[in-house]
Design a protein around this ligand. Structure first.
Ligand SMILES: Nc1ncnc2c1ncn2[C@@H]1O[C@H](COP(=O)(O)OP(=O)(O)OP(=O)(O)O)[C@@H](O)[C@H]1O
Ligand SMILES: [Mg+2]
Length: 263
């Protein structure tokens, strides 16, 4: 099973949208795919029609059970999309850092849970919360590839630098280097902020950045209202086509992702 995490410490940059779009495409192509919601807000969980306030069991139970020394597998939820399952988030995840953060062994809970599921899925995509904590650490330890959506706006670089710094820290505790791809999002070629920030990102991270950008597409709102990936609802919209090209590039063995260690 291939595990991809979608992370950026900045909020509202398109992490959940990137997770649903890429997972939707993989599922549509016939790959059994799991999406894992590690954001206590549960946006991805809500997207697929579940209530993060009440849903049980959830990713929270992975941690609660691990703390008790149990390694039972967690019930997954089917989604309305064929081949696509969800490991939901519940709002209880917000209490984890306080409850378990300092306990040793808690950094590998998601990695172990996914290893136990590796026979069932070809891909697992993890949607991360916009802050550094035990959940993001788990996602970065569990994945073999990282996608970093970055909104094309002024100050985009600042948020990204924090994420790259986190990556460099994580890199030291991993046995394999973690390749990452920067995905420019919410690109509007009519605005100077979008055009200039994209240019700046390309100059600063020439080896890691995807050669294109995900455009602003109002159809994303329509898709989220329907609780389905955009690629399922409007497969030929600009946003869907852009995510399809991103997926094709990420799936290439020679994808333009560089390990942080090589920086
Ligand atoms: N390419 C796009 N075009 C138009 N709207 C978009 C696009 N990408 C994301 N959005 C919208 O922007 C908002 C934020 O996107 P999303 O929830 O994916 O970001 P996020 O990084 O997961 O946010 P958070 O940090 O809060 O979890 C959502 O309303 C989403 O529908
Ligand atoms: Mg999100």
């Amino acid at each position: 099973m291939k595990v991809w995490a979608v992370a950026n410490q900045k909020g509202g940059v398109g992490k959940t949208t990137t997770t649903t779009s890429l997972a939707g495409l993989l599922a549509q192509r016939g790959h059994s795919t799991l999406v894992v919601d590690l954001d206590p807000h549960g946006s991805l969980t809500s997207y697929f029609g579940f209530d993060p306030e009440t849903i049980e069991p959830s990713a929270y139970d992975l941690f609660a059970r691990a703390a008790q020394g149990s390694s039972d597998t967690i019930m997954l939820r089917p989604t309305a999309v064929k081949n696509l399952s969800l490991l939901p988030a519940s709002t209880a995840l917000a209490t984890l850092d306080r409850q378990l953060g300092a306990r040793s062994g808690m950094g590998l809970v998601v990695r172990r849970a996914l290893q136990a599921l590796s026979g069932r899925f070809e891909y697992a995509l993890i949607d991360c919360p916009p802050m550094l904590g035990v959940l993001m650490v788990n996602a970065l330890a569990a994945c073999d590839r990282l996608l970093v959506p970055v909104q094309t706006e002024y100050l985009a670089l600042k948020g990204l630098e924090r994420m790259v710094h986190t990556l460099e820290m994580i890199q030291r505790s991993r046995s394999q280097p973690l390749p990452y791809t920067i995905v420019p999002t919410l690109f509007d070629r009519r605005t100077r902020a979008s055009v200039e920030s994209l240019e700046e990102l390309r100059q600063r991270y020439p080896a890691q950045i995807w050669s294109e950008a995900i455009p602003v597409d109002t159809q994303f709102r329509d898709a989220s209202r329907q609780g389905l990936p955009l690629t399922v609802v409007h497969p030929w919209s600009r946003g869907s086509q852009a995510y399809r090209r991103l997926l094709d590039e990420v799936l290439l063995p020679e994808a333009p992702a560089q390990a942080v260690a090589h920086e």
